[in-house]
Write a protein that binds this ligand. Sequence first.
Ligand code: ADP
Ligand code: ADP
Length: 225
Amino acid sequence: ETVLELRGIAKVYLKGQPGEVRVLDALDLALAPGEVAGLVAPSGAGKSTLLHIAGLLDRADAGQVLISGREATGLPDGERTALRRTEVGFIYQFHHLLPEFTALENVVLPQLAAGVGRATAEARARALLGQVGVAARADHRPAALSGGEQQRVAFCRALANGPRLLLADEPTGNLDPATADQVFHVLMQLVRETGLSALIATHNLEIAGRMDRVLRLENGRLIAG
Ligand code: ADP
Ligand code: ADP
């Protein structure tokens, strides 16, 4: 079984117009349970497009996306959204935490939205914050946290609803090299402890080299490397 499978994915922007760009072209990918793949691509190669299609935030022009073996391509929007909310966690270069809410609430809220009761959601949020070493920061708002702490909280939020697949776009790209190294280590520990499959885009080849395999996005396809 695979957690994420992409079959023959194609994506063209500005189809038939001047400036048409074929970003993804017959792209295939299979991620096994617990497998962590690094995604390396020069800027503009289509990394964000690929992550958005894999995470059901955007639709491909051709091909299929399977999440935990379930074909998502033909599903109506409501069912795609439900599948995304339960199965996929996202992490971005910037934390996108809600500034009005504490670290704890930022991890609680997605659980409440998924129908989890408050006591259970808070207990889970505290456990996650503890796992990434920011338990003492639970009651602070994002602005009071360092950049590394903010990303750690964002990791907890991404994992709050127990997804099987993590999609990360430059998760440490906004941090200084020493902090990026620490925070990446924390992320990998969290992913391994949780048994998640992950596709992690990074420009940092040293970081990519610590994953199970590295994929390069070139000419619309993924190649091992
Ligand atoms: P990356 O994340 O690797 O930098 P993107 O997936 O954001 O690349 O974009 C890939 C290419 O597609 C770029 O050339 C970009 O300009 C183009 N592109 C992205 N989104 C759109 C859009 N909505 N309309 C037109 N072109 C787009
Ligand atoms: P860094 O240099 O790693 O970005 P900072 O200098 O922002 O870290 O902060 C150092 C420590 O002080 C961190 O643990 C951070 O959470 C804490 N801190 C920074 N600003 C505040 C604040 N306004 N309230 C509470 N804690 C803060």
